[in-house]
Design a protein around this ligand. Structure first.
Ligand code: SF4
Length: 282
């Protein structure tokens, strides 16, 4: 029977660790698995650098899948910025090109099936149901869930193989586009410090003339355009709240279960699993 195996890398830790896990524990599968990255062309430079490094460590090329049309063109058609309730960016720039790639590689009219490997961890197994496709020729596989692999295992795995974590984890919690609306206010402030040019580009997408517009989203953060966010009094408040939150996380009674550290950056696991996109942030 015809089989096609595929793993989509986001540039984040979980999907990357899954590639190394499959290489180590399922070598026959690894040989026939295509590694792909759906590039919105608006990812962080750290992601592109990391994927180049991952390719070397895995000894296998990563296919870069590009969108058919640019974010700017799609933006002009929709007329508003993507937001959590209307994630047209993921649909148009990742899901559709990815499905077409699978379809082209594997003739869906024929017999057989596609095995899609997804890096959902055992500690977030409840997300499995949202990752199950309606296409009956696609079989999702969740090796981390099946093998009880959690967050600290993933981090250790990446350290053990020598590739480590992507550098952006020093200042933000998730992979994805530099303008992703899922990022926290603190991530936005860090983006401005780390990549002022990208922050400026993100600002350029915001639209203030809301008079003519009846629906949709025109700032990346609801009701807080970036030009407001960067007012000194707002930056001060956001940094203060962030520090307080970090303190709270440090003082949680069961830190080994509830929090983890990327460098100096404390992350609330519950929050990490909420409000994220499986395609972009694994
Ligand atoms: S990372 Fe964020 S902005 Fe980029 S495609 Fe995914 S959800 Fe959309």
């Amino acid at each position: 029977m015809k089989e096609y195996h595929i793993l989509s890398l986001s540039g984040g830790k979980d999907s990357t660790a899954l590639a190394f896990f499959i290489k180590e524990n399922m070598p026959d599968i690894f040989k026939k698995t295509e590694l792909v990255f759906c590039d919105t062309e608006h990812e962080l430079p750290e992601i592109y650098d990391y994927l180049n490094k991952v390719e070397v460590f895995l000894g296998k090329p990563i296919t870069r899948i590009k969108p058919y049309v640019s974010f700017d063109q799609i933006h002009s058609i929709y007329g508003f910025l993507p937001h959590p309730a209307c994630r047209w960016c993921t649909v148009e720039m990742k899901t559709k090109p990815f499905r077409k790639h699978i379809y082209d590689k594997f003739n869906a009219q024929g017999e057989g099936c596609v095995y899609l490997y997804i890096g959902i961890r055992a500690d977030e197994a409840h997300r499995v149901k949202t990752a199950t496709s309606t296409d009956n020729y696609i079989n999702e596989r969740f090796p981390f869930v099946d093998n009880n692999i959690g967050r600290s295992d993933v981090i250790k795995m990446l350290e053990d193989v020598g590739v480590g974590l992507p550098e952006f984890y020093n200042w933000k919690t998730r992979s994805g586009c530099y303008f992703c609306f899922y990022q926290s206010k603190m991530d936005w402030i860090n983006l401005r410090e780390q990549h002022p040019d990208l922050f400026k580009k993100a600002m350029g997408y915001e639209f203030y003339d809301c008079e003519k517009i009846k629906k949709g989203s025109f700032s990346w953060i609801q009701n807080l355009p970036l030009k407001e966010l960067i007012k000194p009094e707002n930056i001060e408040k956001i940094k203060m709240n962030y520090e307080k939150k970090q303190e709270r996380l440090k003082n949680k009674k069961t830190p080994e279960k509830l929090i983890n550290m990327y460098g100096d950056y404390l992350v609330d696991e519950d929050e990490e699993c909420e409000n994220t996109c499986l395609f972009c942030h694994l």
